[in-house]
Design a protein around this ligand. Structure first.
Ligand SMILES: [Mg+2]
Length: 228
């Protein structure tokens, strides 16, 4: 049996109490000189590069300029995030420590992250949890602004690492948003949704995840869903 288990970060593994959002606001203001309100815009399920271009454009930056200066803004974001994110602000969500540790000990399982965070951001967010070394494969906002492109990138990296070609339900994507559930549909992956973010169980269910949990607190049940 082989499993490649790919976790979303924000509101799936951790709650960073808005540190990422605050850093993005400051980076956009510093890079493009624009500020604004979210007006219903949600960061959830989106990638950092997409969020920056969309918000900067919404707040008055011409889209071409937003794209041209994206690398500068992302670099600024990492600087600001380093200030914003304090270890006591990164809260591990229920069951996550036990779940990740149990899976990391299972030789049938390779762990990875599949996240809209860019690489430096994901490292800053996960370092305080002590779990970062368990994640052997990263597919992130540094690879693509489009989340549906990330599962195939993770699968390819896992194959390079292990020599095994993971496919279909051997690939497990765990996340808290409809975007997490849907991103692996093209590969027919196993989607596990968890309602520890902005979306309730009732809001996630219509997207048809293979499994749906209120939180990961009953981590043994999650392990069963992964290995089933
Ligand atoms: Mg999330």
């Amino acid at each position: 049996m082989h499993r490649l288990v790919l976790f979303d970060i924000d509101c799936t593994l951790i709650d960073a109490h808005g540190a990422g959002g605050r850093a993005i606001f400051r980076a956009i203001a510093d890079t493009y000189g624009v500020r604004g309100e979210l007006d219903g815009y949600s960061f959830h399920g989106r990638t950092d590069p997409a969020i920056i271009v969309e918000l900067a454009t919404r707040w008055g930056t011409p889209e071409a300029v937003a794209r041209d200066r994206l690398a500068t803004c992302l670099a600024r974001y990492v600087e600001v995030l380093r200030d914003e994110i304090t270890p006591d602000e990164v809260e591990l969500l229920p069951g996550v420590g036990e779940l990740v540790t149990a899976l990391a000990c299972d030789r049938r399982v390779v762990l990875g992250v599949l996240t809209g965070n860019i690489d430096d951001g994901l490292a800053l967010k996960l370092a305080p949890t002590g779990l970062l070394p368990h994640f052997k494969v990263h597919a992130s906002g540094s690879d693509s602004a489009l989340r549906p492109e990330l599962p195939a990138i993770a699968v390819e990296r896992a194959q390079r690492l292990t020599g095994y070609g993971y496919s279909g339900k051997e690939v497990v994507v765990i996340g808290d948003t409809p975007a997490d559930i849907l991103c692996g549909a093209g590969l027919a992956v196993r989607a596990i949704a968890v309602a520890t973010g902005r979306h309730t169980l009732a809001e996630l269910a219509p997207y048809g995840p293979d499994y749906l949990f209120a939180d990961l607190g009953d981590w043994r049940a999650v392990v069963e869903a992964i290995l089933a």
